[in-house]
Write a protein that binds this ligand. Structure first.
Ligand code: ADP
Length: 290
């Protein structure tokens, strides 16, 4: 069986949030749509990565020739869910020139003085690029809600505002892929302990991570509302089980690659006479002019 056939269901169908989605019963250790095992997945990843990379280069070339299309990958997930691993192992398979990466941490004083979408808009991918958001405007309805950083009526109004804003982006030529990496409470505990046990991982640990972990139920509720209220036809959410890192990487690679395949970017046609240029090149000879 060819490796690609191990995807018995398109991961976009297997992972897309629909009306019946229930976060509480979601299996965070699952591998929806993939019938192979870890070895199969790890073997297939680089193969698919190459295809993704070529498609990305075509999109880039199209953008250089006046194309308006771009892709935006929004990554959300609690600490240790593996956002960094997706950036390194999935996005890392494409040419860095074609990627526009932005991370959103605690807003600076200047960012706080603006509308919450101000800092986000500044990082939108230019045509031809794959934009990657490591955290995003969704923090403004997640941590901001859980930590009560603004009154409830303010964050409640943001779901509709985000939907309208994303719709406009899509209409402008950006394909938005929203991915939430969902790790289990037990697995998060193990990953945090690993960060504490390994000196080469201490830099990744932040004592505030334990505070966030202690608010687990509130974050789950906030995530459930994000999925319920902002998974739209224009910009659906894909909820990806994150306890198996090999699966989340494989699934997101597949979602990106299938999306690019459907966009089907074409190599631009040369705006010069290729045959004439070949002749002109041959005429320059093989020896450097003295
Ligand atoms: P990471 O933990 O992803 O490695 P950072 O430590 O730089 O990255 O920043 C992430 C932190 O920033 C998280 O705790 C997140 O909740 C917080 N954050 C992101 N956006 C906002 C926001 N709009 N308001 C408040 N806190 C935010």
């Amino acid at each position: 069986m060819a490796a690609k056939d191990l995807w018995s269901t398109d991961p976009r169908d297997a992972l897309r949030v629909g009306p019946d989605f229930d976060l509480a019963s979601f299996d965070r250790n699952g591998q929806p749509g993939w019938d192979g095992d870890k070895d199969d997945g790890q073997a297939y990843l680089p193969e698919r990565g190459e295809e993704m990379s070529e498609l990305q280069e075509r999109l880039f070339a199209e953008g250089r020739e006046g194309g308006k299309r771009s892709v935006l990958l929004v990554l959300q997930g609690l600490d240790t869910a593996g956002k960094g691993g997706i950036v390194r192992h999935v996005v890392g398979m494409v040419d860095p020139q074609g990627v526009a990466l932005a991370s959103f941490g605690v807003p600076t004083e200047e960012e706080r003085s603006h509308h919450y979408l101000w800092r986000i808009e500044k990082e939108l991918p230019p045509p031809g690029r794959i934009g990657v958001f490591d955290r995003s405007h969704y923090e403004d309805v997640l941590v901001v809600r859980v930590d009560e950083l603004v009154p409830e009526d303010v964050w409640r109004a943001r779901y509709d505002e985000i939907n309208a804003w994303e719709k406009e982006l899509v209409e402008g030529g950006t394909t938005i892929i929203k991915v939430a990496l969902m790790v289990s409470y037990a697995e998060q505990g193990e990953r945090l302990m690993e960060r504490l046990e390994r000196p080469d991982k201490h830099w990744k640990f932040n004592p505030g991570d334990l505070d966030t972990r202690s608010k687990w139920p509130a974050f789950q509720e906030a995530y459930a509302d994000v999925f319920r209220l902002t998974s739209t036809e224009d910009a659906p959410w894909y909820v990806v089980p994150a306890d198996k890192k090999w699966y989340s990487r494989l699934a997101i690679t597949e979602i990106l690659t299938r999306t690019l395949e459907e966009l089907d970017p074409q190599w631009p046609v040369a705006d010069f006479d290729v045959e004439e240029m070949k002749k002109a090149l041959v005429a320059t000879g093989e020896d450097a002019p003295a």
